[in-house]
Ligand binder design. Sequence first.
Ligand SMILES: *Cc1c(COP(=O)(O)O)cnc(C)c1O
Length: 472
Amino acid sequence: MTEHQNPDSGIHPLMQADLDNFAGLAEMVSQWAAAFTSGVDAMKVANTSDQKLTDISVANSGKGFAVAMSAFLQQIAPHLSASAGPRYWGFVTGGANPAAQLGDWLTSTIDQNVGSPGDSIATAVELQTIQWLLQMVELPSSFMGVLTTGATASNLLGLTCGRQYAGLQQQVDIAEEGLAKVSIEVFSATPHASTVKCLSMVGLGRKSWRPVACLADSEAMDVADLARQLEASDCPGKIVVASTGTVTGNDFDNLHAVADLCEQHQAWLHVDAAFGLFSRLLERMRHESDGLERADSITSDAHKWLNVPYDCGLFFTRHPDLLQQSCSADAAYLHTESELPSFMNLGIENSRRFRALPLWMSLQAYGAEGVRHMVNANCLQARQLANWLESSEHFDLLKPCRMNVVVFRPRQKDAKEVAEFMRTTNESGEVYLTPGIWQGQAAIRAAFSNWRTTGEDVDRVCRLLERLALGC
Ligand SMILES: *Cc1c(COP(=O)(O)O)cnc(C)c1O
């Protein structure tokens, strides 16, 4: 028997059967997905109890896709959250708009690897998507960008570039030599938890963070305190991490003032604009992020306010050379002849999902105007909830609503009672809220970032909150 006749060298029979019946199976998935998408607003918003999966062994042989699908329908589907729906207001979640969702199906189907160019148009699509985004948020084309798995990965890249910059100031190429011979301090007022995590991962350590004071009733940096601290520091390497829209207070750092100080002290300026970046599409908010163009690196997210499916983050920098020094992966089998960048040399992963496509489809389908409409609508919904809370005798609005997040608590309740109220609210299945801390006190956050939320959803939740506050 020759090798090619050996039945073991062919396609597995179950995979062959699924391939033969692919159109039918795809139809089955497509029908389920359509029903899920159209019905997501009627679902219980969150499943708050822990679910156990049936423990089966995978050591035995499988039974093909149709059987796997029925296991999904029985064991998984009933216990999902409606995080894609209109009343999931926890964290800053975002949904997946129709074009983005369908674009993501295409991404999985065509399964392109966007590590390096030379075999398909995918790299050019990612490049064009980045250029569109820069235009949309009015950042100069001198920025280079790369799509990441999320804002955490983007913060990691920002700190990696800042680290490389601070090393070169000390005549050390950290990408080659490591961190042993350098000192670097990181100044920030309200870094996102992911930034602190990334300080650990890039080898600077969480303790390299020098907390900068905040302005009164705000998470924004007190620039005078930053000036004092930079002045007092004798550390030769400095990174400043500023915020464009903090996660609880939606506060914006004064970027021109911060950038002036960074220039004066030769500090790297990284700005976390995970969702605040898109406030630049609103005329009334545009000035809040003035000076962003002076950042050395910028983090943002597409899976939050651009409403494309997970995972999709954005990273921009004016110094792609520093990014490349840290991220380049050299091996003979990776070389290409292309003029286009190898995105594998500008980020964490070598093999990369074609995550630009859902974004590209979404921007084609709805344009910057579609994004602007959604961002504006979400801000109006947040203001509607804030106004209602402010007029209610049962709740305290803890901070005037500035963008898309509302921070509040039931009146005269301690931390435990606030947590209990939130749990009861979430168990109703009508809305999902997550906790926060405002000025040291337990709070509840409601974050609006979904394309299908409406003012009626806000009305519905206000009625629910009123009912729960009255204890009936
Ligand atoms: C959500 C968020 C992050 C982390 O983003 P992921 O997409 O969850 O990795 C970082 N910074 C800010 C301000 C955020 O809101």
